[in-house]
Design a protein around this ligand. Structure first.
Ligand code: NAD
Length: 409
């Protein structure tokens, strides 16, 4: 299906940037909100992105105006009857999404695709809510959407293959990188990233090292920024919410660190509130150290008595990636592509995802490391069945020519 006109519902942080991305590709796009002030704010955000390009000499002021003219702000569905794809980016509440999806199903032509930018909610449930489940799909952009290349494309149980193909082609036309991911809580990138971040917090509260020390070590390992810096940027309330959701869905291996609720209750939400794991401006990280001391004194958290090692964070990332393969959530090359594009991870100076890293280390080494971590820290480090099977089969990674990927010897 050729897409001639798009619409974005919700002109907030994500919606405005998605509309900018669509207009930049040359396609007309409606931008709808319920709040005129927020709609104006969204348009201001889009203008600022374009102005940035003009200021850098990457675009002429005339080009900027013609791209901006492709965006039609609106508070109603009057011009939706010839829209080919609508992407909803309204708040992450199923009741709000359901209401908007119902309105869209009434306003759009029968053939239109309805995509959701949800970070976590069920696409299959949304399909059921609209009465046209074959046309519903997840299109998960990453923040900031005008910069981040990755888009997770998530079919629900009843999404038609044609819808998947159309959305993959559409995503490519936006000069983004689509990765098809089967529906599961957290989809792919957040499912892998959250346990990694959570493990960093547990290492901190167990006294293995300070936040800046752990950040430093993870950057040395190859991450573009440390986990605490990243969490402060994402917002600790957001991390705590997503963490709780993943814990509910996956059980104990994703139990959230004790420090999260304390930080959120203290209003330390990260950079946006002036304090998180770090202090910004006049704030310091002393209150976090006091919280940790109290957690340890009350016996809620036991000091591990070990020095911090990057493996404590990296091995769960690899293990969760292997669990995703077991569940057929995505192909091995897509897992690595998504993690590199979504997180910027590198290893030994190369842009490698977790499965390629495992292949470099040797899957036998990875299993041995996970077993040691399992003995030290508990059940959440139990090696994935697929890892053990590969080791038994002699698929040890690069050194045997075959692991998660294949290598010419
Ligand atoms: N912020 C992120 O980092 C991020 C990243 C990926 C995905 N997401 C997802 O994107 C979605 C939007 O998140 P956000 O951070 O942009 O939210 P936001 O709160 O910044 O924006 C939501 C916008 O939706 C508007 N809105 C509310 N009800 C509406 C309705 N009935 N019809 C039309 N507009 C309505 C609001 O007025 C607001 O402008 C969520 O599903 C979120 O999970 C967010």
């Amino acid at each position: 299906m050729y897409i001639f006109k798009a619409a974005v519902i919700g002109a907030g942080a994500m919606g405005a940037e998605i509309a900018q991305v669509i207009s930049y590709s040359g396609l007309p796009v409606l931008l709808k909100d319920v709040d005129p002030t927020l709609l104006d704010k969204g348009l201001g955000r889009i203008r600022k992105i374009y102005q940035g390009r003009v200021d850098k000499g990457k675009m002429s002021p005339g080009d900027m105006e013609s791209k901006l003219a492709l965006i039609t702000p609106t508070l109603d569905y009057g011009e939706f009857s010839d829209v080919d794809i609508a992407i909803e980016a309204v708040p992450e509440k199923m009741a709000v999404k359901r209401a908007v999806l119902g309105e869209l199903a009434a306003a759009l032509p029968e053939t239109a695709i309805i995509a959701s930018n949800t970070s976590a909610l069920s696409i299959s449930e949304m399909g059921q809510a609209t009465g046209r489940p074959s046309k519903i799909i997840g299109m998960h952009f990453f923040n900031p959407a005008h910069v981040m290349k990755l888009v997770e494309v998530i079919p629900g149980l009843d999404t038609a293959q044609e819808t998947v193909d159309d959305v993959v082609t559409f995503t490519e036309s936006l000069r983004k990188l689509p990765v098809v991911v089967q529906e599961c809580p957290g989809f792919l990138v957040n499912r892998l990233l959250l346990p990694y971040l959570n493990e960093a917090v547990q290492a901190l509260e167990e006294g293995e090292a300070g936040a800046s020390e752990i950040d430093q070590q993870m950057q040395t390992w190859g991450m573009p920024m440390g986990p605490f810096f990243l969490m402060d940027m994402l917002g600790l309330d957001v991390c705590a919410d997503v963490g709780q959701y993943l814990h509910r869905e996956y059980g104990d291996r994703m139990r959230g660190a004790a420090l999260f609720p304390l930080l959120v209750a203290a209003g330390r939400l990260g950079e946006k509130s002036g304090a998180g794991f770090y202090g910004y401006g006049a704030e310091t990280d002393e209150p976090v150290k006091e919280m940790i001391a109290e957690l340890q004194a009350s016996g809620q958290v036991k000091p591990s008595g070990r020095p911090f090692e990057a493996d404590r964070l990296i091995m769960p990332l690899i293990n969760e990636a292997a669990l995703c393969l077991q569940e057929h959530i995505a192909a091995p090359s897509d897992v690595d592509l998504a993690m590199v594009a979504g997180t910027g991870m590198t290893y030994a100076g190369e842009r490698l995802g977790p499965l390629a890293v495992a292949d470099r280390l040797g899957l036998d080494t990875v299993v041995a490391k996970l077993e040691a971590l399992h003995a030290a820290y508990g059940e959440r480090f139990r090696p994935a069945r697929l890892l053990r099977t590969k080791v038994r089969a002699g698929h040890l990674g690069q050194k045997t020519g075959r692991g998660f990927h294949e290598y010419s010897q």
